[in-house]
Design a protein around this ligand. Structure first.
Ligand code: UDP
Length: 307
C-alpha cells in the first residue's frame, strides 16, 4: 500500500513509518517538525519507498494513496499548552485536509485520537462507549476538544461518504525518541533519575496512568490499518496495567539505582485522576494485546535516554 502518515517525524509517527516500511509499504511522511524531528527519520531516509514531505497538515495536499494515518498534533500537555491554537488547527483543519485526501482516493483513514477525549473520567476502566467528562474551557481543552472534533468529523465522513475510517484512542505511550524536553512523566522521571536530581511528582502522586510501550502501540496501529473488522470502529489502544504516578517514580528510581529524592509540586489544573483503558474491543477486533512489560519497556527507554 501507499500510506500517508501525517506527523510521521514525531515520536509515535516515526516508529509507525519504520514499521510500515518493514512491512513493504510505500510511506509518505508529512510533518512540519513543530515537535517532530528529522533525526527520528535517519534510518529511513535512504529507503526508496520512503518520502519526507515538509509541510503543515492544515495545508491542502494532493497525493495518490491507499491509506492515510493522521497522527499530526502536539500530544504532550506541555507542548499543546505551548501551542494551543496550532494544536486546535491541526486537529480540525488538519483532520479535514487529511480526510479529503482519503475521500478523493477512496483510501482507508485512520485517526490517531486520544484517551484525553475521556477527560477526567468518572468511569474506570474507560470503554469506547463512555462519552467522557471534559472541561471545554480548561487548559487541556485545546487538545481534548479538538480531538473530539476530529473524531466527530471522521465519523461524519464515514456516514456521509462511506469512507473506511478507524478511530484509535491512544492511551499514555512511552519509549525511545520521546523528546528530552517533552515534559511527559516518563521522560521527566528517567532524566531526573539519571541526573540525580529530584523526581517531580505533581500533586500527591495518587493519580493513575497506564503506560504502553511504543512498539506494542505501533503493532496495534498497523493491525487497524489492515483489518476489515476495524472499519467504522472506535478502538482504545494502550496498556491496562494501571499504577499511580508515585509508584512509577519509585520504580524508575529503583531501576536506575538513583539517589534522587522525590519532590511534590502542584497538580496541574484538570489533570485526570484515573486513566485505564478497557481493551476488550482491541482484543476482539484486532486480536491485539500489549506484550511488553513496563519494566522491560522502561529498560529500553532508559537505554535510549542514556545514549
Ligand atoms: N506528572 C508528574 N511529574 C512530571 C510530569 C507529569 O507527576 O514531571 C504527572 C501528571 O501530572 C499526570 C501524569 O504524570 O498526572 C501523566 O502526565 P503526562 O504529562 O505524562 O501525560 P497525561 O497523561 O497527563 O497526558
Amino acid at each position: 500500500m501507499k500510506i500517508l502518515v501525517t506527523g510521521g517525524a514525531g515520536f509515535i509517527g516515526s516508529h509507525l513509518c519504520a514499521k510500515l516500511l518493514d512491512l513493504g509499504h510505500v510511506v509518505y511522511c508529512l510533518d512540519n517538525l513543530c515537535t517532530g524531528s528529522v533525526e527520528n527519520l535517519e534510518d529511513m531516509r535512504d529507503n526508496p519507498r520512503f518520502r519526507f514531505i515538509l509541510a503543515d497538515a492544515t495545508a491542502p495536499i494532493t497525493l495518490e494513496v491507499d491509506a492515510v494515518a493522521h497522527l499530526a498534533s502536539p500530544a504532550s500537555p506541555v507542548d499543546y499548552q505551548r501551542m494551543p491554537v496550532q494544536t486546535m488547527l491541526v486537529n480540525s483543519l488538519g483532520t479535514y485536509q487529511s480526510l479529503e485526501v482519503a475521500r478523493k482516493n477512496s483510501a482507508r483513514y485512520l485517526l490517531a485520537s486520544t484517551s484525553e477525549v475521556y477527560g477526567d473520567p468518572l468511569k474506570v476502566p474507560q470503554d469506547e462507549d463512555y462519552p467522557g467528562n471534559v472541561n471545554p474551557v480548561g487548559p487541556r481543552a485545546c487538545y481534548d476538544e479538538s480531538k473530539r472534533f476530529a473524531e466527530a468529523l471522521t465519523a461524519t465522513y464515514r456516514r456521509l461518504y462511506g469512507l473506511e475510517t478507524v478511530i484509535l484512542r491512544i492511551f499514555n505511550t512511552y519509549g525511545p525518541r520521546m523528546r528530552r524536553e517533552d515534559g511527559r512523566v516518563v521522560p521527566n522521571f528517567i532524566q531526573q533519575a539519571l541526573a540525580g536530581i529530584p523526581l517531580t511528582v505533581y500533586g500527591d502522586g495518587t493519580q493513575t496512568r497506564s503506560f504502553c510501550y511504543v512498539d506494542d502501540l505501533v503493532e496495534g496501529i498497523c493491525l487497524a490499518l489492515e483489518s476489515e473488522k476495524a472499519v467504522g470502529q472506535v478502538i482504545n489502544l494502550g496498556n491496562d496495567r494501571e499504577m499511580t504516578v508515585l509508584e512509577l517514580a519509585r520504580l524508575v528510581k529503583e531501576m536506575l539505582d538513583s539517589p534522587s529524592d522525590i519532590t511534590f509540586l502542584p497538580l496541574p489544573e484538570d489533570d485526570p485522576r484515573r486513566r485505564k483503558p478497557d481493551l476488550t474491543r482491541a482484543r476482539e477486533i484486532l486480536g491485539w494485546e500489549p506484550v511488553t512489560g513496563l519494566e522491560e519497556g522502561l529498560r529500553r527507554t532508559m537505554e535510549w535516554f542514556r545514549g
